[in-house]
Ligand binder design. Structure first.
Ligand SMILES: [Zn+2]
Ligand SMILES: [Zn+2]
Length: 485
């Protein structure tokens, strides 16, 4: 409500009532209203050049305000330009003058003294003017016990403290000893009421020795427009930011980690890294289903493990000369050692299973929601379907292992024979390069750091070796059907 609004209906209100408005608006001092033309009856002591501070009409005691969403709460406090200079406000319902620094009501005779305690220097003339304003506004000038008619929200302009409230009458205070003393007065009734008092929020208008407290409901939380930037960010901005599935893209190439700049993973996968859902679908390609999922592809982990195991056995049985070649020809004193412990073999098998999983999923539109395609030949696709056929319960283990070998060998051997002179960008014609790019992607669309990529690369290097070895061995024996010997 602003000062120039017409006064509300005053007919029904003869005594101060509760102000039931939830105080959503902060206690701020409104801008001084335009002074009205000076009334004729004003005494000559106040020349027209002085500010006539009679803007608000004498305050009526108002009935309850009706607050709704369409008509939100408005402050019960108002002020005038003179009063606002001293941080004083008038309560519309109670016609009391409040010091906003102390949140206490003062009677006019005590106002000047109180303002001096706040460090204001009031000349006689300004004190006179202040008292005149207060008199004009007909503020309460006796420390009479004021309180809302019924329990309601805190009265604006008054401090709210924790206190004790009598459950039999409306007595309230802030000291436990006082409430105990008071309860004594209800002796005969206390037994039927049980505990005769409770703790609650209390307020008082004036500051005389005999303070008159009354109970109010809990004060509302602080208004949101006084909140910190952080609170505004977390309540208003963050939900909107987290609701989107779009991924922030680097503005410049230099924002990418050096390894990503060099590998070109970001460029290669650009269209698949725009949205979190796309990324999820992309990562699904390199995620082998768990055994409980019911997917046939879950068997790949076991088959890959068997494959590594078989290679290990065959390499161990082979001659020193062959194992020396596997390591690095022509180093003579070092020879290739296949994996021995189960845990490491399992870890290596995981990468191999992921590779087979990615290829099989990518050629099946019902499995490949990402749309990503590996550079596969017709033969590769036939090999992938061949392995898929062997993924069923009770299938011949040896045939499964051979089918896996037939699928991955062309990719790994191609990867093993890269020429330095190849055209830039042509590496995306190699399945393993594409596979490494997929392995590097993280859920948020960023890429794994180099430290997290050395292991997969080392594993792929190992897989290249054993696959090529097994292939050479099979050719030697002129049969891939009898790898186990
Ligand atoms: Zn004060
Ligand atoms: Zn009582």
């Amino acid at each position: 409500m602003t000062l120039d609004q017409p006064p509300m209906n005053t007919s029904s209100a003869s005594s101060p009532v509760s102000s039931p408005t939830p105080k959503a608006a902060p206690l701020c001092l409104p801008a001084p209203a335009q002074p009205l033309a000076s009334p004729a009856h004003f005494s000559a002591d106040y020349s027209p050049s002085l500010e006539f501070d009679n803007t608000p009409q004498p305050l009526p005691t108002l009935p309850s305000q009706h607050v709704s969403a369409a008509n939100p709460a408005i402050s019960d406090l108002t002020t005038t330009s003179t009063l606002s200079e001293y941080g004083l406000q008038i309560h519309r319902h109670y016609s009391t003058v409040h010091c906003l620094a102390c949140l206490i009501a003062w009677i006019p005779s005590k106002v000047a003294g109180h303002l001096r305690s706040h460090g204001f220097t009031l000349s006689n003339k300004s004190e006179e003017k202040l008292l005149h304003v207060l008199k004009t506004l007909q503020v309460v000038d006796k420390e009479t016990p004021l309180h809302p008619k019924e329990l309601g929200p805190p009265v604006e302009g008054l401090a709210t403290t924790h206190g004790f409230c009598c459950t039999i009458c409306n007595y309230a205070c802030v000291k436990a000893s006082m409430i105990e003393k008071h309860i004594g007065k209800h002796k005969e009734m206390a037994s039927q009421y049980g505990i005769a008092y409770r703790t609650g929020h209390v307020q008082t208008f004036f500051s005389p020795t005999q303070r008159h407290y009354f109970e109010v409901t809990a004060p509302p939380p602080p208004p949101s427009n006084n909140s910190s930037m952080l609170e505004f960010y977390t309540t208003n901005l963050l939900p909107a930011l987290t609701a989107t599935t779009k991924v922030l893209q680097p503005i410049h190439h230099h924002e990418l980690p050096l390894m990503v700049q060099m590998t070109g993973w970001h460029d290669h996968l650009a269209t698949h890294l725009v949205d979190r859902n796309d990324i999820k679908n992309l990562l699904d390609l390199v995620t082998v289903p768990t055994r409980g999922s019911g997917s046939r592809l879950a068997m790949l982990s076991n088959i890959a493990y068997e494959y590594l195991h078989l290679c290990g056995r065959r390499i161990t049985k082979s001659s020193f000369e062959i194992r020396k070649m596997l390591q690095k020809y022509p180093m003579e004193t070092v020879h290739f050692k296949p994996l021995e412990d189960e845990e490491t073999t399992q870890r290596y098998a995981t990468i191999l299973a992921k590779l087979a999983n990615a290829i099989i999923k990518s050629i099946d539109s019902s499995r490949n929601k990402s749309g990503y395609q590996f550079p596969l030949s017709t033969a590769d696709i036939a090999n992938a379907n061949g392995l898929l056929k062997h993924l069923k319960e009770g299938a011949n283990k040896n045939e499964q292992v051979i089918a896996l070998h037939i699928l991955v060998h062309p990719f790994l051997s191609h990867f093993a024979t890269v020429m330095d002179s190849e055209e830039p960008g042509s590496k995306w014609n190699r399945v393993i390069e594409c596979f490494i790019a997929l392995l590097s992607v993280q859920e948020n669309g960023s890429f794994k750091p180099p430290s997290a990529m050395t292991q997969p690369l080392a594993i792929l290097k190992y897989l290249c070796r054993i696959t090529c070895f097994l292939h050479a061995l099979a050719q030697l024996e002129d049969s891939t059907k009898d790898l186990e010997s």
